[in-house]
Design a binder for this molecule. Structure first.
Ligand code: DC
Length: 215
């Protein structure tokens, strides 16, 4: 069973996907973390996203995997904290628009999830990675609420930004993610939309679990 949870940044996907996977006792795959890890790797290697040859070489030698605590490792190093920085957030849309990067990530995602029951969260899970997923949800939320959530995430890693800056960051990222040529952020026709603006985390999780159990 594949459960696809797509939606824009800070719409509540990660917390919801994690909670749904826990309740159902199945695997949770955060595909955004994979694009973030690639972004960190390219940055550390000093490679610009438009340098196709170097990006290609980097991807060929790159290893991304998740450990039993679902921490992401890039070339053997746990990078789960670093990939959450504001710096990576502002660069990840450019990196995730590179077709070569997407092809490699989609292949890896199908391999990780293919053999198991899995909740995958991302932007293109229900449209590209698993278009035949049994369940598809598309999460949305007001931009101010998303900015407040992003601020809480940043504060956890000791960073801060003003709400107005975060609103601008989110709008810019929405625009980049939705307008890219290759698998843009778009709701699958058969996805169930869920507005998380006024829902608690438990309500979001229960809503999805109840819809799954009903079937
Ligand atoms: O969910 P997130 O904010 O951690 O995702 C980081 C970026 O990765 C986001 O700006 C778009 C990209 N992404 C993507 O293009 N496709 C996915 N399946 C998941 C994330």
């Amino acid at each position: 069973m594949i459960i696809a949870i797509d939606g824009p940044s800070a719409s509540g996907k990660s917390t919801t996907a994690k909670g749904v996977a826990e309740k159902l006792g199945i695997t949770h795959l955060n595909t955004g973390a994979m694009y973030r890890a690639v972004t960190l790797g390219l940055k550390e290697a000093g490679i610009q996203p438009d340098d196709e040859k170097s990006v290609c070489q980097f991807l060929a030698g790159m290893d991304i995997r998740f450990d039993e605590s679902n921490h992401i490792h890039l070339n053997g190093i746990d990078v789960s904290m670093e990939i959450r920085s504001g710096d990576i957030s502002s660069q990840v849309s450019a990196v995730s628009a590179i077709p070569m990067v997407r092809e490699k990530m989609v292949m890896a995602q199908r391999q990780i999830a293919g053999e198991k029951d899995c909740v995958l969260e991302g932007r293109d899970i229900g449209t590209v990675v698993f278009p035949d997923a049994e369940f598809k949800f598309f999460l949305v939320a007001d931009v101010e609420i998303r900015a407040k959530r992003r601020l809480q995430d940043l504060e956890k890693i000791g960073e801060t930004k003003s709400i107005s800056e975060l609103i601008e960051d989110i709008k810019r990222r929405d625009e980049l993610d939705s307008s890219r040529d290759h698998s843009p952020l778009v709701q699958a026709e058969d996805a169930i939309p869920i507005d998380t603006s006024c829902l608690t985390i438990d309500e979001q999780i229960n809503k999805i679990v109840n819809l799954i159990n009903k079937k």
